[in-house]
Design a protein around this ligand. Sequence first.
Ligand SMILES: [Zn+2]
Length: 467
Amino acid sequence: MLFAVISFNLNAQNNSKSSKKNNITYAIKNVNVIPMTKENKVIENATVVIKENKIYAINKSIPENSTIIDGKEKWLIPGLIDMHVHNLADGPYKSYPTKGPAIQFNTQNFMTLYVANGVTTVFELSARAEHIGQRNEIIRGDVMGPRIALAALIDGNNANLTATTPSDGRQAVRIAKGEGYEFIKVYAQLNIETYKAIIDEANKHGMKVVGHIPNAFEGKPATDFFVPHFGLIAHAEELSKQTEDFSLQKAQEFARLAKENGTWLIPNLSNLVYIAKQARSLDSVRNLKSFKFVHPLMQSKWIVSNQYNQGTNPKRIAYFDKLVDFHRKIVKAFKKEGVPMVAGTDAGTSGIVWGFSLHDELKLLVESGLTNEEALASATRLGAEWLEIGDKIGTIETGKFADLILLDKNPLDNINNTSEISGVFVNGKWLDKNKIDEMLSDVEEWNNTNKEKYNWKEVISKIRGNK
Ligand SMILES: [Zn+2]
């Protein structure tokens, strides 16, 4: 059923306005294709034809009237997948009935950050109705953006879906299913029995579960939280929160249990690396090259209300550094044990910029012991596999959706080369470097023009004042 839902959405894109508008057939000539299939045999000097929104042919004849893209000495990889994001969307809703959201976001300005970075699929891990709306805008062709998979978050308090008993937990899953979310995210404040009931119910409805390990498990053996059908750990931090023993042996124990249970991992190394930086100084945020592309409200929030920098002290910084170190051990241990890892960034938390952050994550994964190819697989084929859309995206093969990045340099030589973007195909639509730069400068200009209106403290006090 899960599969039916996803393929329904993907098929819907076939018939959308965007693909009708986009009837140009492209041929990339003389390009080196890195297919990211399991064998991943590089196809040198290939011709790749993109028709409608699909990869139409590789090394076949070029259809007449095709637009030719010179791929000489360039490298073609599948579009990237960020498996852990929090997208900006309209909200919150307060005050009187019929009143709209307090803040509205321009969906295109936001999604530009992804497509400019070749991030063509994202997994939204605290999905609400507005995220479904954003996906509709993209599918209709009104906005150029990534494919979006949606997980509804269930927590023990303070969430859209709250559950404190197993039967409420099961009901929350059924509500999420009914509302059209494809996945369930379990969160930190759930009690143990409710956590288990949610995962069991999700499985009954064919919904995979991603998430946090509830705080209630702290001090208990790790065997307790690796329950059947807990499919994906949202960050390595979930494991480091469960122990004070930051040894490789401990990491190996987690890896063994994950392997036995079929649980995959989003290492999300960048999260703690950036937290540790912010705990030291907010210059780490201000000086981000991508900061100017961040919506001004978030620019303001990340500076004036930065939870990692406020009340910072050397002891806390030292603790964050220890976590960073342990998370690297976790990646090594999971690799050794053969547990699949998928790249995710927690984009949207302070200092983690949508789209740009995935390239940082890939670099950190390589620094922690993955090969360049393994890091790329974590952000392409494996993410698609976990989402159960591996037959549609994640590799470069005939018949798959044309989500592609053309790179100036080979990322198998150096993972930093994923940022050397010459152009991106988003669902068959070609954006060359000039177009990407133009889109980004539109975002920057809008941000600069509107900065004054989005002072975090003023906006929050206005919302609280219900005006
Ligand atoms: Zn998150």
